[in-house]
Design a protein around this ligand. Structure first.
Ligand code: IPE
Ligand code: IPE
Ligand code: MG
Length: 253
């Protein structure tokens, strides 16, 4: 059996691109990709996993430090039971087939989202992926699964209220940092860029707090078609943006 070599980062400064430290992606359009080809929506999700592998490889090669992917939203429970089950099954299959490769490529995996409503087997799987990759020092792959930005902020607020009620925290001590510590994403820098595929232009409850100053890039392609050409277009668009964070442009930005 041949062992594939680990993917290495390639210097991209030659390309004159600014590389975002954190790229977040709303992987949208799997269903439309499939319907346009006369296939079942589920086939679009299978192809979507292939595009996910591609963006993980690209992020390693272009030296992105954190990659967040939106794979299942707290509102996606509204879909037909069969489709929800299929997407959950895909997560299991992805872990079974890709965990060894992720470890070899030094990828650390973190799954963000509420664990409420997930069965014990899935919770065990999430724990296993996180613990087996916890010591890795390369790309951090953050999978937003069963994730909703409003639920995240609500859960954080509840824990802060409990701390106040228990006398461990005074209301006047609450700062943005207090809230950030309670988010699923604690310790992860905010995304520099949020990409959404399939031509839709909305957040759909993704990283509402963390995206406050993210650059937004919308691409028309459906997620299963995402590859290096689109990735480079996103990097080019990001590189051309002027980020001010409320200030004024500085000469060295
Ligand atoms: C994104 O593709 C994947 C998930 C939301 C799980 P969709 O399934 O939303 O595809 P469209 O938007 O219906 O085409
Ligand atoms: C957002 O896409 C969620 C994911 C990509 C996982 P949706 O397809 O669920 O979003 P809406 O319903 O079009 O806003
Ligand atoms: Mg969609």
């Amino acid at each position: 059996m041949s062992v594939e070599p680990a993917i290495a980062a390639q210097p991209s400064d030659k390309l004159g691109l600014k590389i975002p430290a954190h790229v977040a992606v709303i992987m949208d359009g799997n269903g439309r990709w499939a319907m346009a080809r006369g296939k079942q929506r589920t086939e679009g999700h299978v192809e979507g996993v292939k595009a996910l592998r591609r963006i993980v490889d690209l992020s390693i090669r272009y030296d992105v430090k954190h990659l967040t992917v939106f794979s299942f939203s707290s509102e996606n429970w509204r879909r037909p039971r069969d489709e929800v089950n299929f997407i959950f099954g895909l997560l299991y299959r992805f872990v079974a087939s890709d965990l060894a490769t992720l470890i070899r490529n030094n990828v650390r995996v973190r799954i963000i989202g509420t664990r409420i409503g997930l069965d014990d087997a899935l919770k065990r799987l999430i724990g296993e992926v996180e613990s087996k990759t916890a010591r890795n020092t390369g790309l951090e792959l953050i999978v937003a699964f069963n994730y909703g930005g409003k639920a995240e902020i609500t859960e954080a607020t509840r824990r802060i209220a409990e701390a106040v009620a228990a006398g461990r925290l005074k209301p006047e001590e609450i700062t943005e940092a207090t809230l950030e510590r309670e988010l699923y994403t604690h310790g992860i820098p905010d995304p520099d860029v949020i990409v959404r595929t399939s031509g839709e232009r909305r957040f759909s409850n993704f990283l509402l707090w963390q995206g406050a100053y993210s650059e937004l890039v919308f691409v028309d392609e459906n997620w299963p078609d995402f590859g290096e050409a689109t990735f480079l277009k996103v990097l080019e668009e990001y590189s051309a943006r002027k980020r001010r964070f409320g200030g004024i442009e500085s000469s060295n930005s």
